[in-house]
Design a protein around this ligand. Structure first.
Ligand SMILES: [Zn+2]
Length: 56
């Protein structure tokens, strides 16, 4: 699925969803990192809500 509202780089699984920075995924741990830090996670959710997406 292509989301035209996002820069192409952030479509990558290894990039911060907020700023597109490359992330180092630690293998063997359950959770995949989606943001380069917690503030970007918050900023992303706030921005998505501002755009009308309810993503929790
Ligand atoms: Zn980021």
């Amino acid at each position: 699925m292509f989301d035209a509202t996002q820069p192409a780089k952030s479509q990558c699984d290894n990039a911060c969803l907020h700023c597109g920075a490359e992330l180092e995924q630690k293998e063997g741990r359950g959770r995949i990192r989606r943001f380069c830090d917690g503030d970007h996670g918050k900023a992303y959710r706030r921005r998505m809500r501002a755009l009308g997406f309810d993503i929790g």
